[in-house]
Design a protein around this ligand. Structure first.
Ligand SMILES: Cc1cc2nc3c(=O)[nH]c(=O)nc-3n(C[C@H](O)[C@H](O)[C@H](O)COP(=O)(O)OP(=O)(O)OC[C@H]3O[C@@H](n4cnc5c(N)ncnc54)[C@H](O)[C@@H]3O)c2cc1C
Ligand SMILES: *[C@@H]1O[C@H](CO)[C@@H](O)[C@H](O)[C@H]1NC(C)=O
Ligand SMILES: *[C@@H]1O[C@H](CO)[C@@H](O)[C@H](O)[C@H]1NC(C)=O
Ligand SMILES: *[C@@H]1O[C@H](CO)[C@@H](O)[C@H](O)[C@H]1NC(C)=O
Ligand SMILES: *[C@@H]1O[C@H](CO)[C@@H](O)[C@H](O)[C@H]1NC(C)=O
Length: 446
């Protein structure tokens, strides 16, 4: 997004962990603000962009598959598309991003919700080791057995502890998958909302997943519907409702995993100052696009909540129709109640696992910087509205539910995001980064 892209005074593209260490030491000694960029997909200003020194991780681009260990070691300059491409010949996969272009680094360090999350958990739940450049410039491999507290803190702790150069993740067998994108027009919104709520309530097959995006663009509501099944043929019944609703366009088939990832509508990759969007079968190019995510964690995607999210899309889409243009989207993402039970060791985020809150995603995009505050404000109000509906219908713990690190708007408090994890995160921080060198970089700060 242009609202989170800045021109840096200086850019460095280190190629070794040792060089990252030299860079960090200079930045710390001179107290120079900096940013670390993985895939650059955060929409929060100052997180991976800066007007000062940018450390771009592009050159950390290895993908090494270890067949004996059933792991893959991947560089933090990659996007998931690259990782899937490299692993496909081995018929294995990792738990990574669901649409094209998303970076490995921020995604993993924040948690990571995947098409495979119902089966294997978050990306951090599949992490066996990572290589960390500490703020003092030294390089260490961190594992559960080498330093369990630091390993715990890095799982969700983003850039608070140093710069990560590679991850080792568990791999899983991967064959052909089924799914793709359906777009629906305004006339069938109620049917899609009902099918979404029914899917969330009834489907227990961990290989099945959906994202229903209730969109508002060019004065029109519509839906982009992503369907996923981890196998060539989904069992009868699971997706029938979606397939039966009359659609505007449909691109659903048995295909390679990467092919499904590339079908998704938004391509935010690259440095072009616009992005392409496929809505209701047509492509639009939105110029000079500003934007952000925000998130409303809920306990269950009841019919009420799904309807409220569709209503919010209509409400804010209508409310914010400015002459310069906007795009409003609510991503409804059901996961099974068991999706956080696959971890073998604990993590700093989410601070609560016994209730598996679902990280619904708001995505607003607009054109003019003069409108920034209006849109950010609308996203905050809308999260409050969705959570009000959840509380009204009796969902527990909503006011303290931890927002997902990678969807939360920039001013979301670390207290809310990390909850009871904060005291230990802070004590690990005092040990690893006593001078708060990483405080010179933007992001959620503990
Ligand atoms: C189109 C789109 C689709 C998405 N889909 C999903 C999804 O399916 N599931 C999901 O969970 N999330 C998803 N996200 C959210 C995504 O997880 C975040 O945007 C995340 O920040 C992407 O990581 P990145 O490396 O591209 O980010 P960047 O913008 O490069 O970095 C984000 C943060 O991580 C820090 N960071 C980056 N590299 C390093 C490093 N090497 N060491 C330490 N800190 C580092 C940065 O300093 C910054 O604070 C999506 C986002 C977009 C825009
Ligand atoms: C981390 O482990 C990898 C092998 O998995 C090794 O190549 C690398 O040198 C190690 N780094 C450090 C700092 O020990
Ligand atoms: C829905 O789809 C199934 C399977 O494709 C089909 O058998 C059924 O008749 C359809 N129902 C309606 C109401 O269209
Ligand atoms: C997304 O856009 C980038 C930059 O323009 C381009 O290189 C890439 O091929 C596009 N990806 C897809 C899947 O269209
Ligand atoms: C729709 O959303 C608006 C704005 O949040 C709210 O005031 C209104 O009560 C909602 N309507 C319904 C039917 O939920």
């Amino acid at each position: 997004m242009t609202s989170s892209s800045q021109d840096s005074a200086c850019v460095v593209e280190p190629g070794t962990a040792e060089d990252v260490g030299v860079v960090l030491t200079i930045l710390g000694d001179t107290q120079t603000p900096f940013a670390v960029k993985g895939g650059g997909h955060t929409g929060n200003p100052g997180y991976s962009s800066t007007e000062a020194v940018q450390i771009a991780m592009y050159r950390f681009s290895e993908v090494t598959y270890d067949e004996d260990a059933q792991t893959a070691t991947i560089g933090t300059g990659l996007i998931w598309d690259d990782v899937y491409t490299a692993l496909a010949p081995h018929n294995v996969n990792v738990v990574g991003g669901r649409v094209t272009g998303v970076g490995v680094a921020g995604f993993t360090l924040g948690g990571g919700y995947s098409w495979l999350t119902n089966q294997h958990g978050l990306t951090i739940d599949t992490l066996t080791s990572l290589e960390l450049v500490k703020p003092d410039g030294s390089v260490v491999n961190v594992t559960e057995s080498s330093d369990s507290e630091l390993f715990w803190a890095l799982k969700g702790g983003l850039n608070n502890y140093g710069i990560v150069t590679r991850f080792t993740l568990n791999t899983f067998p991967q064959g052909q998958v089924w799914g793709g994108l359906i777009t629906y027009a305004a006339s069938v919104l109620d049917d899609v909302a009902a099918a979404t709520a029914k899917f969330a309530a009834e489907v227990t097959d961990p290989k099945a997943a959906i994202i229903t995006s209730a969109n508002f663009l060019l004065a029109q509501p519509g839906v982009s519907q992503l369907l996923f099944y981890d196998g060539p043929n989904p069992p009868d019944g699971i997706f029938d409702d979606f397939l039966n609703i009359s659609h505007f366009s449909q691109d659903v088939s048995t295909r390679a995993f990467l092919d499904l990832v590339k079908v998704a509508p938004a391509n935010l990759t690259g440095n072009q100052r616009s992005f392409g969007l496929l809505v209701e079968g047509d492509s639009y190019l939105i110029p000079f696009c500003r934007g952000a995510f925000n998130t409303a964690p809920v306990q269950t995607l009841s019919t009420n909540i799904v309807n409220a999210m569709f209503n919010e899309s209509l409400f804010w889409g209508t409310q914010l129709q400015s002459s310069t243009g906007s795009f409003i989207s609510y991503d409804i993402e059901p996961f099974l109640p068991s999706h956080l039970s696959h971890n073998t060791s604990p993590s700093a985020w989410p601070p609560i696992r016994d209730t598996a809150f679902l990280p619904q995603c708001l995505y607003f995009a607009w054109v003019s910087s003069l409108e920034d505050e209006d849109f950010y404000d609308a996203m905050r109000q809308s999260v409050e509205q969705i959570q009000r509906v959840a509380i009204q219908e009796g969902q527990q713990g909503i006011d303290t539910a931890p927002p997902y690190t990678n969807y939360a708007l920039f001013d979301t408090s670390a207290e809310l995001i990390y909850g009871d994890s904060l005291p230990l995160m802070r004590s690990v921080k005092a040990r690893i980064d006593p001078d708060n060198v990483m405080g010179l970089a933007g992001g959620i700060k503990i």
